[in-house]
Design a protein around this ligand. Structure first.
Ligand SMILES: *Cc1c(COP(=O)(O)O)cnc(C)c1O
Length: 456
């Protein structure tokens, strides 16, 4: 066993700092900490230079087993974890060269064609394993602005002992995204809410804290669950291992909404991976770039409905975690109890807001200049990356820009801007003919609560 891997169980503590520490298993199964905070590892496992170097020759699923295993010592047998990783990560993770040492990493080859498959497929397998060991059942509530719900629903579909309830804002998801949630049936219930993503998220959060619902064992699978973040650090190690030499740092650019994906990059850096900068472009929900610029955090309420709909978040949950890494304490409402080290945050992170107009023009320019096909989320990422290199040239360093969804999930926007429709992967085309089933609900907590009480 490498020196940095001890047999000691890693503990997880709440960002609100007043809940007992738990292990990974407990953190995964409960989702949110009882004090309303989010779980964070009490320390980050560090990888040595040699351990990082060893990733260069490994296939993706082996890097995953190594990285995830460091958070799961004493929780799951390494051989079983390796098997689960092999099963979860059975699709490619392409790095597409754009120019020089700048690459786009396409995280859209999983069954629901979004990066959320990476975390959802791992969490589903781990949770299912834990439930089997405990002979327990669980209901997973998840709010989605598009892709979480489908990835989670797909990952848990058909697993015994688990029911999934997905809430989505009816007017903010594409037809394909909706169909990915409403055509599964079985243990998956889809609820279309007449409201915004933030309404859906608030309904779910309230249900977790509601004493009247205690008898239903609830868990969350959206980006508040620490089980989402750990697998999301793996693809940054993958990119680094393929694109760098020696201990060269990499620039990472991740289009962001709830900041779970970019936290994967922060985790990788905390574990010792050399990172030059983490660039986090957002759409017109610009609370984070404003926070970095003005040092005052203010949520965007209501959130702005942009083309990159999975990033329409006016108060990202994971800000609490980002703040915690920088010594701060920010609660779920966005209230600052202790300011994070803003100087350090600015040194490590570059954030910028991209308008819908710029998103569209970037879909066009990326295609014309580089034959790079991007959907709106990836276009926000690419535009933000262009802003970044205009201010801080790469000087020969490698960079990876993350494309978070498959262009075929947004055929109208591609057709309108580029004049053709992207090729549809088999995973999505299979949905067209399936019947849809879903509940329709007002953005009203009491209606949701009644529904849960009557049906679960
Ligand atoms: C969820 C999602 C995002 C935003 O990711 P966060 O982790 O919430 O920042 C970006 N793009 C797509 C396609 C998504 O589904």
């Amino acid at each position: 066993m490498p020196a940095s891997q001890t047999s000691e169980k890693l503990s997880f503590t709440s960002t609100n700092e007043s809940a007992p520490a738990v292990d990974l298993r407990e953190a995964l199964l409960t989702g949110q900490a009882p004090d309303g905070g989010l779980y964070m590892p009490s320390r980050f496992p560090r990888l040595s230079k040699d351990e990082l170097e060893s990733f260069r020759g490994k296939p993706y699923h082996e890097i995953a087993a190594d990285v995830i295993g460091r958070f799961a010592t004493g929780i799951i047998d390494p051989a079983l974890l390796a098997e689960l990783c092999g099963d979860a990560y059975n699709f490619p993770v392409p790095l597409e060269q754009v120019f020089d040492r700048v690459y786009v990493m396409r995280l859209d080859r999983g069954p629901t064609a979004s990066f959320k498959d990476f975390a959802a497929r791992m969490m589903a397998r781990l949770i299912s394993q834990f439930l089997r060991e405990d002979r327990r059942e669980l209901t997973i509530l998840t709010a989605t602005s598009g892709d979480t719900g489908s990835a989670v629903a797909s990952a848990f579909h058909g697993l015994p002992g688990i029911r999934v309830v997905v809430l989505f804002p009816i007017g903010e998801v594409s037809t394909r995204q909706r169909k990915q949630m409403t055509t599964l049936g079985g243990n998956i219930t889809a609820i279309a809410v007449d409201g915004k993503f933030d309404d859906c998220q608030a309904m779910v959060k309230r249900a977790f804290g509601d004493a009247d619902l205690r008898r239903i064992p609830l868990s969350s699978a959206n980006s508040i669950n620490i089980g989402r973040l750990i697998p999301q650090s793996v693809y940054y190690f993958h990119a680094w291992s393929r694109l760098t030499n020696g201990d060269e740092p990499i620039v990472i650019c991740t289009p962001s909404g709830n900041f779970g994906n970019m936290m994967g990059a922060v985790f990788a850096r905390e574990m010792g991976m050399p990172v030059k900068r983490i660039v986090v472009p957002v759409n017109e929900n610009d609370e984070i770039p404003r926070f970095l610029a003005t040092e005052t955090y203010a949520t965007v309420e209501p959130s702005v409905a942009c083309l990159s709909n999975a990033m329409n978040v006016g108060n990202p949950s994971n800000l609490a975690r980002l703040a915690a890494i920088y010594g701060g304490k920010i609660d779920a409402k966005g209230v600052t109890h202790r300011a994070p080290d803003l100087k350090a945050l600015r040194r490590d992170i570059f954030s910028t807001s991209i308008s819908d107009g710029r998103t569209r023009s970037t879909i066009v320019s990326a295609w014309k200049k580089h034959k790079l096909l991007l959907e709106p989320h990836g276009a926000v990422g690419w535009a933000g990356f262009e802003d970044y290199i205009a201010q801080e040239p790469l000087n020969g360093l490698p960079a990876v820009v993350v494309e978070t969804a498959h262009p075929a999930k947004f055929p109208d926007e591609i057709e309108r801007n580029l004049g053709f429709t992207p090729e549809v992967p088999d995973s999505l085309s299979a949905l067209e003919s399936l019947p849809e089933k879903c509940e329709r609900m007002r953005a009203d907590y009491d209606a949701f609560k009644e529904y849960l009480k009557n049906n679960f």
